[in-house]
Design a protein around this ligand. Structure first.
Ligand code: NOJ
Length: 749
């Protein structure tokens, strides 16, 4: 590689740092350049949004045959939860708490992408997301750094297989570095502002885990961090990423983010901001045009040392060499995609693991409403009931609605005549819909422009749905968000209630007295307080992917016993956001307060709480029900005391619990361990997840589950930003959600 670098002109080296989208646009207005010409000149090292053997080979032939040094192009795409075979959206996948499942999804997606000329996926998105208003929470693994790190590792393993040179490995781009998920007020692209301790303890661990797992590339984020844009941030990109973590891959900017540094007001012109980004450690400029047009002159005039360009180029070439692209630059044309039975089976099985049973009350004294009996007459109602397209979720890559199974189709297969259907209402109607579509990310690129929506007659369609419900044994309402234009990038919302007239529809159907199952098809936690109080069964299905309809039906009829658990907190009211379980302590805790310690003079008012709503989540992190019941023994620890020195090692002690299936069907429980450090030099959260295990149990069966605890679980960042373990007492809880009550403790001396 060094030999090649020496042969390269300055322009050719800079060319490696330039990336363009020659396909569709996944950001504001694409560039107008000649890609053939740039490729021939060696002025473009990478492309995005170009896929398929024919198209990628077209550019690759130019690069390999006509460019002076024959350096292959690296082709990347947003492969987020499947390439052609579409799996549930990442927030759904996370609800499985199943790292093997991620590896499998990444394997299938990576193999499909690679066969289509792509060597690079803009995944995994490992941003910690604690604010349901943020549209991109759907792409995340949720609110928790411990779980997020385990999932980040699994994605990287699945995509890269620990060996980029394998013909079916794809390089990852871990994004968005860093702390993009903490956008203030949940508004996409907004600034983030947080202490160094929070950055390191909550937001950085998942990226770090991915880097430790060998991630080939990272993508810098749009936000600023404590006033310094992440795309020109020497602290995160060089100090932490390169110096502390030893990352030797390359960093690509997000779409146009180098040029957007002008809007961040950190320089008077393009040349200055491009220099700042490059020197901070952004090696490739995505769809930005600034590196290609401003860097060379600055090197020649001595403003930028050439060694900075050399280093960026070297990092990019290193990945191309590692992937074997110089020897195998082309892709063989393969037959058009058809979902095989095996792929459908994988998609269905995966989706079954991601569907969360939030509530399942008894109705009419007959026991829990779900699972339904096979001969039930069902009224299927709602705007998402028959939408195959929405099943695919946002960032669906090349997933196609024609391959997706809607809930209506799946129930039709099972129930035939016993299935009745009414749409009831649209997701959003009339002017509201037109406005949201107009600003929607998807329409900007694909079907530009808002169409006038006809004025809806919701009263009539809701009344029709009520009549249909009256004819059935059970009403199933499939409600939620539009996957395309209400979730994902640039889709932040300040209202978390069900959009449009869906809540009205739900209440009208519930008023018939028929038992109601609410199926949520959403990309974020919704505000469903009324449903939580009045609807007996609630299922969060997210956007469950190509086999989504079948998977939801499998759960509804008990062929799959739900095992998924929330990785995000569901608020009672949007005003609680950002809402997450690992809150910091307060001097005036509400809820768990020991009121006996307060003077009995009415001071209870002065607690850390809202006067008009509870602090707690409606459905907390880790929550999810099953068709069976699990009981937990009292947790134990292998040692009541360890020394600080011992705590410096992995597995210094273990915590253990016995879990038993006390119900009558087999089931899988996600056993969760939480810790609280009760006395530290820097206050620590009231609870933090520090272990989890998926345990499958036959009826009556019991298993002993152990969790190793050591430096990784017990350390935290002190005021000097050093990761330390201090003498303290840890409280330990083990159970089936973040509300786990079985408790023990141990001391660090
Ligand atoms: C913008 C998004 O923020 C990022 O996630 C994506 O990978 C790029 N555009 C490329 O499409």
């Amino acid at each position: 590689m060094e030999k090649l670098l020496k042969q390269m002109t300055l322009e050719e080296k800079i060319g490696q740092t330039v990336q363009y989208s020659a396909g569709f646009a996944t950001g504001p207005a694409g560039a107008k350049v000649s890609y053939d010409e740039l490729t021939e000149k060696g002025a473009m090292g990478s492309m995005l949004n170009v896929y398929g053997a024919e198209k990628t080979n077209h550019y690759q032939h130019i690069a390999m045959e006509k460019s002076r040094l024959h350096i292959p192009i690296l082709f990347g795409l947003d492969v987020i939860h499947g390439y052609r075979t579409t799996f549930p959206v990442p927030l759904g996948l996370a609800s499985s708490w199943d790292t093997k499942l991620f590896e499998g999804v990444a394997r299938t997606s990576g193999t499909e992408a690679r066969a289509d000329g792509l060597q690079w996926v803009f995944s995994p998105m490992v941003d910690i997301a604690r604010d349901a208003r943020w549209g991109r929470i759907v792409e995340s693994a949720g609110e928790d750094p411990y779980l997020g790190s385990a999932i980040a590792r699994a994605w990287v393993r699945g995509y890269q297989q620990g060996d980029l040179s394998k013909p079916d490995s794809v390089a990852v781009s871990v994004k968005h570095f860093a702390a993009y998920g903490a956008a203030i007020a949940g508004r996409d692209y907004n600034a983030t502002d947080m202490s160094d301790i929070t950055l390191r303890q909550v937001y950085l661990p998942a990226y770090h885990a991915a880097v430790e797992e060998g991630a080939a590339t990272l993508m810098s984020s749009f936000n600023s961090i404590n006033g310094v844009p992440a795309t020109a941030n020497p602290y995160t990109l060089t100090q932490i990423l390169r110096k502390e973590w030893g990352f030797d891959g390359f960093v690509v900017s997000d779409w146009g983010a180098v040029a957007e540094l002008l809007n961040h007001s950190i320089g008077p012109d393009g040349a200055t901001v491009a220099r700042k980004a490059l020197e901070a450690g952004v090696d490739m400029d995505m769809e930005g045009n600034l590196y290609g047009t401003t860097i060379a002159a600055q090197v020649r005039s001595g403003v930028i040392p050439e060694s900075v360009v050399d280093e960026a180029c070297r990092r990019i070439l290193r990945v191309k060499f590692a992937m074997g692209l110089f020897e195998h630059p082309y892709t063989q044309v393969t037959p058009p995609y058809e979902p095989t039975a095996a792929k459908r089976e994988q998609a269905r099985k995966v989706a079954g693991e991601t569907i969360v049973l939030l509530k399942n009350d008894a109705v009419e004294g007959k026991g829990p409403l779900l699972p339904l009996k096979k001969d039930t007459t069902v009224a299927l109602i709602g705007p998402l009931a028959d939408s195959a397209k929405d099943m695919l979720g946002s960032w669906g890559a090349l997933g196609e609605a024609k391959y997706a199974i809607s809930l209506k189709q799946a129930l039709q297969e099972r129930l035939g005549d016993k299935l009745l259907y009414a749409k009831g209402t649209e997701i959003l109607t009339g002017a509201d819909a037109a406005v949201i579509r107009h600003v929607s990310f998807v329409d900007q690129g694909n079907n530009a422009g808002a169409k006038e929506e006809p004025a809806p007659d919701d009263a009539k369609t809701i009344a029709e749905a009520v009549e249909v419900a009256k004819k059935a044994d059970v009403a199933i309402l499939a409600l939620g968000e539009s996957a395309d234009w209400m979730t994902g990038e640039a889709s932040s919302r300040v209202h978390l209630t069900l959009p449009g007239k869906q809540e009205e529809l739900l209440e009208a159907v519930a008023a018939t007295g028929k038992p109601v199952v609410l199926i949520l098809l959403t990309g974020r936690p919704s505000e469903i307080k009324w449903a939580g109080e009045h609807v007996p069964a609630i299922v969060e299905a997210w956007f469950p992917g190509m086999e989504g309809g079948h998977a939801v039906a499998d759960v509804l009829f008990g062929d799959v016993n739900p095992s998924a658990k929330l990785t995000v907190s569901f608020p009672r009211a949007v005003g609680q956001e950002p809402l997450y379980y690992a809150q910091m302590p307060t001097g005036r805790p509400a809820g768990h307060a020991d009121l006996s310690r307060l003077p009995a003079n009415g001071l209870e008012k002065f607690l850390s709480r809202y006067i008009d709503e509870d602090n707690s989540a409606l459905y907390p992190f880790g929550w999810g029900l099953s068709y069976t019941k699990f009981s937990y023994s009292q947790p134990t620890v292998s040692k009541g005391q360890i020394s600080v020195a011992e705590a410096g090692h992995a597995g210094a002690l273990t915590a253990a619990v016995d879990v038993r299936n006390t119900g009558s069907v087999a089931g899988t429980e996600v056993v969760q361990l939480y810790l609280r450090n009760t006395s530290a030099s820097v206050e620590q959260p009231v609870r933090e997840l520090k272990g989890f295990a998926r345990v499958t149990l036959a009826p009556g069966e019991s298993k002993h589950v152990e969790f190793p605890l050591g430096f990784d679980e017990l350390s935290f960042y002190n005021v000097e930003s050093k990761r330390v373990v201090e003498p303290t007492t840890y409280k330990v809880w083990v159970g089936g959600s973040s509300l786990a009550s079985g408790e023990t403790s141990f001391e660090v001396k």
